[in-house]
Design a protein around this ligand. Sequence first.
Ligand code: MSP
Length: 697
Amino acid sequence: MTFYVTTPIYYANSFPHLGHLYTMIVADAIARSKRQRGVETFFLTGTDEHGINIERAAQRNNRTPKQQADFVVDYFKKMADAFGLDTAHGGYDIFMRTTNPFHYEGVGEFWRRVAKAKTPKGNDALYKGHYEGWFCAPCAAYKTEDEYAKAANPNDPPTCLIHETKLDRVSEESYFFRLSDFDEALLHLYESRDFVRPEARRNEVKSFVASGLQDLSVSRLRTSVSWGIPVPDDPQHTMYVWFDALTNYITAIGFGNEQQNRADGFEKFWPALHLVGKDILRFHAVYWPAFLMAAGVEQPRAIVAHGMWVDPTGRKMSKTLGNTIELDVLNKYFPIDAIRYFCLREMVFGQDGRFGYEGLIDRTNSDLASGLGNLSSRTLTMIQRYCDGRIPSRAISDEARLPAKRAGVETDDATVSKLLAQARDQFIKQFDDFNFSRALEEAWAIVARVDKMISDARPWDLAKDQSQRQTLNAVLYRAAETLRWLAVLLYPVMPSTSRDTYRQIGLTDEVSSIDPQTLNWGDLSEGTGINEIKPLFPRIDKARTMEEIKSQESGVGGRESVSPAAGSTEAEGSGQHATEAEAVPGVAYIDIADFAKIDLRVGEVKTAERIPKADKLLLITVDIGEEKPRQILAGIAQYYEPENLIGRKIVVVANLKPRKLRGYESQGMLLAASVGDEGKPVIATFAEEVPNGARLK
Ligand code: MSP
């Protein structure tokens, strides 16, 4: 038996953020749970690297599109490593990149198949036509009327509802996919099985399809989008980026290419379960199945859509609102397993979830430190203390039965075994149904039950009375054996905590490959020596941690300054896509001493003039509180009239090595924001009175 799970492949034009981390965590938990049950599993994640957005980001950064993609991919890989989701940590099997040559080969084959195909209604699946429409570059999609806001002035372009950016009017020759012929076949697919999950999402997709489908433009002229896969036999056209991106799910395992087919095996792993955010459900649940039908490829196992993370007050997360969750903060202050637990526990699958640092601290402290962690440490500490560090016997003789019952202990093994097995089955059922939150509630009901047993039975009192020995042993055995079950059950959600628990109980086998369905009550052997007891989850000091996080967020020098490419990549809107690279652990931060090396001073412009034959440069002199004004050459001549600058207070980098330009020495640099695609300079200035020469720090 095999299983194949995928995350979406992420746009390689913005840096990783919580949304990406989340989908990877969910896919990782699913993959681990399958592997644990002996199912050979393939887990794909990766990056979507073609299209106009990456082309534009590359241009702005003076890179080739491939260099741009490589740059961002590096951060995604670092994120996966930092959060234990990469291959080395038992996570994904492939980091798929759409710039892989084998992908080009496979997509070419897929396109050819679609180009030859007939629709279910007997027409050609692909045809050439003319497309005119409003195109949103950040979405990489044409927008229909309900997806944009019209401008107040009818001559202005409308705005994308997701990105709030202006749309481009596009009219050009294009290949069309005859999606309109697939409505009945798609509706039949949705009816025939649980193809789209959860049900509420399936209904949305159904009504979208039932209301009629429009044909889909699946190519752009090479002259408008050159960074993409050429259409086979018609290289004037570049494939629509979603056609190329969706196909990654099959090329990665060898569709249309020998390399991957030999390595991983299309026949072996297809069909996949696609995990997606609700924002990209339509592409996966409508377009992708229709493409596959045309190409004659089996449909995915299912499309499972999750909701979005919003801030604790229910607002969308965005840089501008300052309510994002930073990956480096998560990584620094929280154990990975606490983050994984929170992600799966807090978001009711399919619905939006609220993510805030405070909530994460509260859950870590209550459910993990006080809940599971405390159960583990109190159980093992008592075994250490009262049983010489060895798992006691669970046996209760006939004469000990009554006192044990009085102490609140369930003495019948069969009953205990049945209760646990039921909880285990419920956990697995809910987990397999993507109700991770419910599954975890089941597990925590067990924690609460065992906690109660211990509190009721009061082992510390039982230990004082030799005649209560069997009851004491029975209580501690039950607690330890339940911990063993919990460690196995929770492995997919909290891999390293499970391993730690397992080891502390004194067990040596690898918890990642113990099928929870094979758990058998009583298999924990009497006499097993427990290992050193360490807290699974230390409590997090909420006030202190929140203070540190806040001070870090309003950090010295501004967060933008530590980002290797702050503002240089395209922000994509939806959710909190605009999270820059500083959110990535492992980033090259500077410390305050580095910053202090830059001598920034307030200066007043004394003179300004144009330089003959240099239409971009202005020659200015600036008083920065020194004996003589500094002479500076600034590339602002196309945007500022010299006379308007005189008397302005500006910011000067005073210790920049002097250099000669056009025969003039420039003794510093003025600071300006670089705005828009053309990098228009806007000089930094002050709203209040400041003396010349004052330092900025
Ligand atoms: N490149 C496309 C997917 C192509 S798949 C063939 C894409 N990339 S993305 O980087 O924009 O988004 C990837 C995933 O991140 C989506 O599933 C999206 O739902 C998810 N998230 C983005 N913001 C999110 C939240 N705020 N919360 C949860 N997930 C979010 O779309």
